[in-house]
Write a protein that binds this ligand. Structure first.
Ligand SMILES: C[S@@+](CC[C@H](N)C(=O)[O-])C[C@H]1O[C@@H](n2cnc3c(N)ncnc32)[C@H](O)[C@@H]1O
Length: 344
């Protein structure tokens, strides 16, 4: 951790400022040590260069979900970081219609940053500071992956208990909210961290056009795959990824004309190398917690917080929800026809 992160942090329990305890510093980087609350005297460790605010005895399903992801993201760290151009393209697509250039000079937050693939991309758009936050031990990987980026900081913390004193001007949160026990409450916590001029982009799984997932994948995931040992799930992911890879390849060869279902999703998947796809499959099978949200439900989240919003579909099976306190801060206007099309 860089000492300059301290000015943005506070105690997640009582909101008082924190002070550094004894630390081991290496070239201006705090590798190990502690932070003590000046109000309630709670002590938080700094481990592998990342301050840790996660309470040790969290909910079992949250621990299972986040540590399952950590295992997966750590195993595929190299392949995920390999192609910077692909990651930039993917990131731009995930946050559409927001232009990442709006990050320039802003205080930006990525809650649920995983191993930091988007932190590396977002940092190139010159935010003033960019804070990545994750519940699991994958935060240490994110810290290591972004150590060379002066404007990036990483903390290990729960979105429901964020140790942030600084209000956030721009938040992007991709693939995280639907993996928390109460997504609507998680969304509220992110809204609370927004500055009065703040804006946010949240991407979540859609309920629409995912019928086979509700009927088949979700029960399998909840009762079987999330309980499998890592080795077995790994093999299963390879087998399924091979099938998906072939389907995406067939799509590339022109089978789209036959009207294969999930056309948009396959078109998107064919950009990935095989190992990246293995990672995607594992990610779908490992968590105990995964929710699928309808458009009206997401509009409800924005409305109850009195936020202006823009809802747009992605790959015809998921949603990007952009929110801000005023219409002018949104990255565009809703199109009347915008929505998820029913798959054939
Ligand atoms: C599917 S991964 C997505 C990672 C990253 N957003 C990306 O797209 O590369 C979901 C991440 O959310 C994190 N997460 C889940 N619940 C969280 C919570 N309550 N607080 C912070 N992070 C959380 C997990 O640990 C995991 O790294």
């Amino acid at each position: 951790m860089r000492p300059s992160l301290l000015e943005h942090l506070c105690c997640p329990a009582c909101r008082a400022p924190l002070k550094l305890g004894e630390v081991k510093v290496d070239g201006g980087w705090i590798e190990e040590g502690s932070l003590t609350c000046t109000g309630c005297a709670l002590v938080y460790g700094i481990e592998y260069g990342v301050p840790n605010f996660v309470e040790p005895r969290g909910r079992a399903d949250v621990q299972q979900t986040t540590s399952g992801f950590a295992r997966n993201w750590n195993a595929f760290n190299d392949i995920i970081l390999e192609d910077e151009k692909l990651n930039d393209e993917l990131f731009r697509d995930w946050i559409l219609p927001m232009d990442p250039e709006v990050m320039r000079g802003k205080i930006v937050l990525e809650p649920g940053c995983g191993m930091g693939r988007w932190l590396r991309v977002a940092a190139t758009y010159s935010p003033k500071i960019l804070i990545g936050l994750d519940y699991s031990e994958v935060a240490y990987t994110a810290g290591r992956n972004t150590k060379d980026l002066e404007n990036v900081h990483v903390v290990r913390a729960d979105i429901l208990r964020m140790p942030l004193k600084t209000k956030i001007e721009l938040t992007y949160c991709l693939g995280v909210v639907h993996h928390t026990p109460e997504p609507s409450r998680t969304f509220d916590a992110l809204v609370e961290a927004m500055s009065p001029a703040g804006a946010m982009c949240v991407w979540v799984y859609g309920k629409e056009n995912n019928g086979w997932i509700h009927n088949f994948v979700t029960p399998m995931r909840e009762h079987v795959t999330s309980r499998l040992p890592h080795g077995l799930l790994n093999v299963m992911s390879k087998v399924l990824a091979a099938q998906l890879y072939l389907m995406a390849g067939a799509y590339k060869l022109g089978l789209e004309k036959l009207g294969m279902p999930y056309a948009d999703y396959l078109r998107y998947l064919r950009r990935y190398p095989f190992r990246y796809m293995e990672h995607i499959v594992y990610d779908h099978l490992v968590p105990q917690i995964a929710h699928y949200h309808s458009g009206p439900e997401l509009e409800g989240w924005a409305k109850k917080n009195k936020l202006q919003y823009l809802l747009s579909p992605r790959n015809n099976n998921s949603w990007r929800l952009h929110v801000a306190w005023s219409q002018a801060q949104l990255p565009g206007k809703a199109e009347p026809a915008a929505g998820l099309r029913a798959e054939a």
